[in-house]
Design a protein around this ligand. Structure first.
Ligand SMILES: *Cc1c(COP(=O)(O)O)cnc(C)c1O
Length: 394
């Protein structure tokens, strides 16, 4: 593996461990344990004097390949692969906190992430303040003497708001807190939180990294020191490890990540421009468009638009449902990052557990719809939207 390889090369070759058989495709090591030639060898392995695997909950060869490939892509020193994105988020946050500590988090978070900081953490004496993360002064005002972690997602789900990651990192460094960024929506290709000053990056690999709707997965990435001191023991003893089979599936998925994300982003951008011209559409929010309310921050921290488009129909819920039901190629699903185009109505699905006011705060109205663009032919998708919109009354 070479550190100078560009992402597309790293994603095909990075981290490969080839067995004595010289297989082209990475092997799946479905094993729980490992055997040692001698008692002395086992002793040395347990003492950490020799490299090697001990037990699949701690680490295993296929997972190691996935972790190393993700490190190469992210520019991180170390990583741990987890069974799901939520296992990654929960581990990244809880492993470094204790009762009495304080989290500042952006209120616009993936639903389960918000539950972890707003509902779970306080049960263990870890308080959390949720802020409108778009404005740096809100982060600053929420800091207390006990603040240890800042947590954010950017762009956010579903309204594609962005947070100034470098600005938040600067505030965190002033008080010795760590910044955890959930980078799912940006993808590792379009945003590098570690380069912007964040300390820990988490992914749901379920999304673009698999990208083909097959398995769940997650990953936590950071510097070696943070992982050794915080995540290492937590990960070994609480057991959120990824299945080696899923690590293999994700290794295959990640090979084509740049190709898929490129086509998905191109489709999303064209659909966003098309929708912005339609009379039945009240507004379109797309990070690649100049009319995005935070276009200046996007230009500073992202190198690409997004595979997601958020838009609002003038006819509210009725129009949103009619549009979704009339689409033929685009499927109704709350998932995202898939090679199939997927559409969802956040108010009745992903964000149904929030109150009407909390939804309004996040910019989610009854007419809000979120599209995750797939890799289909652009013109077919636009024709699908044109035809479906013609069936929406108003
Ligand atoms: C999907 C998602 C998660 C959770 O990941 P799972 O793999 O479903 O557990 C966390 N954050 C964001 C932004 C997501 O989109």
């Amino acid at each position: 593996m070479s550190k100078t390889w560009r992402p597309a090369t790293q994603l095909v070759h990075g981290g490969t461990l080839r067995s004595q058989y010289g297989e082209t495709s990475e092997a799946i090591y479905l094993t729980q344990g490992f055997v040692y030639d001698t008692s002395e060898a086992a002793e040395a392995r347990f003492k950490g004097e020799t490299d090697g695997f001990i037990y699949a909950r701690y680490g295993s060869p296929t997972n190691d390949m996935f972790e190393k490939r993700m490190c190469a892509l992210e520019g991180a020193e170390d990583a741990r692969a987890t069974a799901s994105g939520m296992a990654a988020v929960t581990a990244a946050i809880l492993c470094q906190l204790k009762a009495g500590d304080h989290i500042v988090a952006a209120r616009a978070l993936f639903g389960s992430c918000r539950w972890v900081v707003e509902t779970l953490a306080p049960k263990y004496g870890i308080e959390c303040t949720l802020v409108d993360g778009r404005y740096l002064e809100n982060w600053e005002k929420a800091i207390t003497a006990k603040t240890k972690v800042f947590f954010l997602e950017s762009p956010t789900n579903p309204t594609l708001e962005v947070v100034d990651i470098a600005g938040v990192a600067k505030l965190a460094n002033q008080v010795g807190a760590k910044v955890v960024v959930d980078n799912v929506f940006a993808t590792p290709l379009f945003q590098k939180p570690l380069e912007l000053g964040a300390h820990i990056v988490v992914y749901s690999a379920t999304k673009h990294i698999d990208g083909q709707g097959r398995c769940l997965g997650g990953v936590v990435l950071s510097d070696k020191e943070w992982i050794d001191e915080n995540l290492h023991d937590y990960f070994r003893h609480t057991g959120p490890a990824m299945s080696p089979f899923n690590a293999w599936t994700l290794l295959k998925g990640i090979e084509t990540l740049p190709l898929r994300v490129k086509q998905q982003t191109q489709n999303a951008a064209k659909i966003a421009d098309f929708l912005a011209e339609q009379g039945k559409v009240a507004k379109v929010i797309y990070p690649g468009r100049k009319d995005h309310p935070q276009a200046d921050i996007i230009a500073k921290q992202m190198t690409g638009g997004s595979t997601l488009v958020c838009f609002e129909l003038k006819g509210g819920k009725e129009a949103a449902f009619a549009l979704q039901n009339a689409l033929e190629i685009v499927k109704i699903s709350n998932n995202l990052g898939d090679s199939k185009s997927l559409i969802t109505h956040p108010a009745t699905t992903t964000h149904k557990n929030l109150t009407e006011e909390a939804r309004a705060e996040l910019g989610i109205s009854p007419g809000t719809v979120r599209l995750s663009a797939g890799i289909e032919d652009t013109d077919d998708l636009i024709e699908d939207f044109a035809r479906a919109l013609s069936k929406v009354s108003g």
